[in-house]
Design a protein around this ligand. Structure first.
Ligand code: BYC
Length: 312
């Protein structure tokens, strides 16, 4: 091991952040680019299922809250693309990888949001799972990623509460509203558990990412924490989670839960989920429709810089 690598390892061991200009192993850089760009893509694609409900929100208040949430997600994507750019990858390259289907984004956004209650279930469960995963990322070893995550986590907490508030309102409403809330929870529960990634035994990157302190907890540890957190919350709603095997285990001091359908997960990340094609088509259309804005901004920047040069 050479001196640079020894120095890098000593910084990781001492809990010092690695910064953009520091030397880092090529695999560390690649792992971060992969994870941060996938994370950014998830935020951007994650705007689609909820964006679809902005015009159909049941009141002006709900509409403005949902609008703010979807805008926040766009902002999260931008912070994360910036963090990835510090590692030497261009924004164009990352976007191209998303639009051509080369890069992954979270499996969860390939499911349809079919009722208003889905806005509640997405906020409570999907943002809840995201926070569980992202709180550890505030302590990730790469400085620009860790700092981006601090603000993202604060906003995600608001997102989770707005989702829970929608479900709480529906759960106190009419029989039809309660059923709608239960149905949304039934559909979003298992896909939310899949967000944490494959089991530790199947996870390709976890060991190395834990050693480099990119990840601070494994996929299964975070998934278990999420299950333990969700059970008392669903009880307050007076609703249930769709898992007959869910049971408190006094020896483990955790809830046991049923088997995840890993075939469904694998199928989705291969691109064959219910909405994969729609999501990519929507992102490609948005990118094409926005071409004139990018061209105008580039032409304006060029004009400004040539005007500045001729004054000089
Ligand atoms: N979906 O070795 P593993 C949000 C892939 S929340 C798709 O365990 P790693 C939001 C994985 O990429 C969601 N693919 O990987 C919330 C790898 O494939 P590649 C975004 C998945 O990286 C609300 C392979 O499976 N959050 O944005 O150590 C509203 C093996 O997995 C998934 C983040 O991205 C999945 N669920 O651990 C709006 C958090 N799970 O790359 C937006 C940051 C795994 O080798 N990311 N794969 O081809 C992470 O913490 C980690 O990347 C993961 C996976 C825990 C997701």
């Amino acid at each position: 091991m050479d001196l640079l690598e020894q120095y890098f390892n000593s910084k990781i061991a001492a809990e010092e952040k690695i910064e953009a200009k520091d030397w880092m192993p090529e695999e560390y850089r690649k792992t971060l680019i992969r994870q941060i760009s996938q994370h950014a893509h998830s935020e951007i694609v994650g705007m689609l299922p909820e964006g679809n409900w902005i015009t159909r929100a049941p009141s002006l208040k709900r509409k403005s809250i949902l609008l703010a949430k979807v805008q926040d997600e766009g902002g999260h994507g931008l912070y994360l693309y910036c963090a990835a750019e510090t590692l030497g990858v261009s924004r164009e390259q990352m976007i191209d990888d998303l639009l051509t289907g080369k890069a992954k984004y979270s499996s969860i956004f390939n499911y349809p949001a079919v009722t208003w209650a889905d806005m509640g279930a997405i906020g409570w469960l999907v943002d809840g799972a995201a926070i569980m995963n992202q709180v550890m990322l505030c302590r990730t070893s790469y400085g620009p990623y860790a700092r981006a995550m601090v603000r993202i986590c604060k906003e995600e907490s608001f997102h989770q509460r707005q989702g829970y508030d929608i479900l709480l309102t529906l759960s106190k409403g009419t029989e039809i509203q309660r059923k709608m809330a239960q149905d949304a929870i039934n559909r979003w529960w298992w896909p939310s558990l899949m967000m944490f990634g494959p089991s530790d035994a199947e996870s390709t990157h976890s060991n190395q990412s834990m050693a480099w302190k990119i990840k601070r907890a494994t996929n299964d540890e975070l998934r278990q924490r999420f299950v333990d957190m969700s059970v008392p919350q669903v009880e307050i709603l007076g609703l249930s989670l769709p898992d007959p095997k869910l049971k408190w285990n006094p020896e483990r001091k955790h809830y046991d839960y049923g088997e995840i359908n890993w075939d469904e997960f694998k199928n989705i990340i291969k691109g064959n989920g219910p909405c994969n094609k729609n999501r990519l088509a929507a992102r490609n259309k948005a990118h094409d429709d926005g071409a004139w804005v990018r061209e105008a901004a580039t032409a304006y920047a060029y004009k400004k810089s040539s005007a500045a040069k001729s004054v000089a």
